[in-house]
Structure formats: C-alpha cells, structure tokens
Design a protein around this ligand. Sequence first.
Ligand SMILES: [Zn+2]
Length: 476
Amino acid sequence: MGKFLGKLDLFGMIVLIAALGLYSYRGVWTVYQTAAAAAGGAMILAAIVAKRREIAAALKRRSTLFSLNSFISVLIILGILSLINFLGYRHNKRFDMTAEKLHSLSDQTLKVLDQIQVPVKAWAFYPGGEYKPAKDLLIEYRARNKKFEFEFVDPDKQPQVAKKYNVRVYGRFNNPFTRISVVYGTVVLESDGRTEKIEKQDEEVREEDITNALLRIIKPESKVIYFLTGHGEKSIDESEAEGYSMVKEGLEQERYQVKSLSLVREQKVPDDCAVLVVAGPATEPFPEELDKINQYLERGGSLFALLDPPPAAGLRDFLLKWSVEVGDDLILDGTDNFPTRFLVNDACVLAKKTLVHGAILRFDGQVTTIAPGDGPCYRCVFPEPPPPGAVPSCSQAGILGAVAGIIGSIMAAEAVKAVLNLPGLLKGRILSMNALDMSFREVNIRRDPNCAVCGDNPAITRPFDMEFSCEIGDGG
Ligand SMILES: [Zn+2]
C-alpha cells in the first residue's frame, strides 16, 4: 500500500497535466477535463497526506539525504504551481465566480468596447443556429456596449445570408482520440458597410479573436494609393482593355483608397500617399513633376513604376538616381507566328539581346533561349520559314490554354534566370513538351557557321520584315 501511495502523486500529476495540457492546446474546457483534473488533484493530495511526515521532515532537514519519494513530491507541487501560472499567463483568463458570468471580459476587450461609436453587428454562423459558448461570449460584449449587437444564423437554413457574407467554415468536429466534440462556425463583424471575418476551423472562437476583429473594424487603417495622370498612363477610371478600373476595384476591396494624382496641378505628392503608382506612361513626366516625386521619395515615400517597352517613357534617368536600372536586354517572344518569330530572332541577334522563345500548337509546346554570341539562334535550326500552308496556324489548329500556361511559366522561369544571371538557361537546347502523353523532350542544337544572321559571314545585317502570304502565321 505504501509503495502504491508513493507512486500515486506521480499518476495524479500525469492525469492533471493531460487535462491542463489539452486545455492549453485546444482552448476548450469540458466536463471530462474537470473530472480528470479533480481525480488527478485528489490522487496528489492523497499521496501528500500519506507522506506528509516524510515531506515535512525532508523540508526541515538541511541534509540532502532525504528520500527520493519526498523529493519528487516537492517537485510535483512546484510543477503544478508553475503550470497553473503558465496557463494563466497564456490565456489571460480571469476566473469568474459570479452566476451570470458578468465582468469576465479582459481589460483589453473592455477598452476596445468602450471605443465603439457606430453600431457593430456580429453575425454568428453556426450549424443549427445558436451555439451557447459563443452566445455567452457575445452577450458579455453586448452587456458592455449596446452599440454591439449579434445575431445567430444557421447557414443551412438561411443559405442566402451565408452566401452574402461568403461563409463556408462551420460544422462539428469530433476528435477521435479525446472524444471531444467541438462546434465551430464563422463570426462576421459588420459596421458601416465593412466586414471582418473570423473563421476558426475545428476550434472555438475565442474572446481575443473577436476583440482583434473588433479593433480592425472600428479603426480601419485605410491607406491611400495614388495613380499618376497626365502622360497617357493607364487610367483607374477606364474599364477598357487598357484601363485599370478593375485594379482600382480590387484594391478598394482590400480596403485601400485609390485616387488619381496630377502633379501638374498639385504642389507635391500628398502626405497620405502610401504608394505612388506610375502605370505605363506614354511620355516622360515633366522635370518639375519628377522633382516632386523625388522629394516624396526623399521623405520616405514609395514608388511603383510599371514601364512599357519603348517608345513609351522609360523614366530611365530618374530611376537610375535611385539605383534602379531600366534594362532592355531581354525579350520574351510569345507571338508565335513565323514572320514575327524570324524578325524577332534576327533583331535580337543583331542587337545582341537575349531572347526567350516560346511556341504552342494544340497539345504541343516548345521553349528555347537564344543568347547571341553564346550558342545557336533560331535561324541556325530553321534557316527558312516553312512554305505557306505547310504548318497550320494557331487560328486553324487551335491552342490549349493549359499548354499556354505551362509554356508561359517555363518562359517566365527562363526570364528570371536571365535577369539574375543564373546558369542553366535553355541555351543550345529546345525543350518540347506534349500534353497528351505529358512528355518532355530536349533536343540539343548547335550554332551553324553558315547561319544567315549569326553565322561567320552573315547575309542579314539589318532586320527586315518578310512578306508572307496570309495563309500562315496570323495565329497566336
Ligand atoms: Zn543563327
């Protein structure tokens, strides 16, 4: 019996740690955990009572020669104290002894609730509608500030409401190991036309989740993005193919304010400008405008420049002052028709610019990178375009979007390597793929000394546009 009692505190400790540990991990306290914690506590208590004389003697004695059993008991008591301390720190939960569970919100939550000036509504989406633990929590929020209200919605019974708030996360989670069943849902806070969503998969919504969302919705941090105008930039008000109205909408959905800015009219870039976007100007901004942008950057501002190829404005000199070099040394050719393919190849070889070439037709695709002076060009392999009608054009044979995606991605990877001067470019290699059997093949190609454009005695010394009949090559 004595031996059993000696180990009892250890068993008790394990049971207690399991119960508390589960709470720490899941943040859910159930009746099973209460029972386990009580049993564990009782076991420890029983062991301590049984060994009380031994422990007291051990604590009094200055010698370290007390029994191991007593030593373990002391350690266990210290362990429990520090574990409770740790949990208290982690969950920052005040234990509320009042029957109505009043005043059990944290100080931080109360502070946030006191700041609410405009109505905030919490839509709580739970399977079956009301869910008591969440309701108890929301009642406390409302008790503090009547501007806060809530409503429970069963997403299966009111799918139109769930759809309006784009609610997908709700259900019941049964843990097969602990047999604990958790009901989880989505809480959407709505205020002044804006929403904040709290989605907890397989988990309870906690006070800190609601308070954080509340903080975000009552103090929205709305950054302002300005788009420069006046030089043929893409317009945020235009919905045509070149227009940026969808960009504006997308940014506004992300809670940014989007405005146009004319630096001819304004004295400076506004102080609330989070980022200034210069979206594809056709002509260079005036020097006074660039001065204003420069002052803005010196104040710590941010610039996002999108540049079209020449003859559009490059902002080259301006950006170089800020150590940004606008290069024109890489060409990606996805045009995929014969006149353009040969023209681009010749022009790149003559101008010594790296060319990433991609082509697709039906289920086939191919990529190669041409680095003039370092390997073959396209004309080394195909000296002449095929005779008219020999190869069906894309518009005749069709292309597959998925193949375009694969080839486009490979070209993009080539471009990244070329820009970063990394090895491994598809130089001297044609990578071809077939999506039907999903095979990739590689063919090595060599520079032809007799090539008309990159050979030892080139016949082509300036780019020329070959006259083609319309039968081939107008595809894409
Ligand atoms: Zn060549």
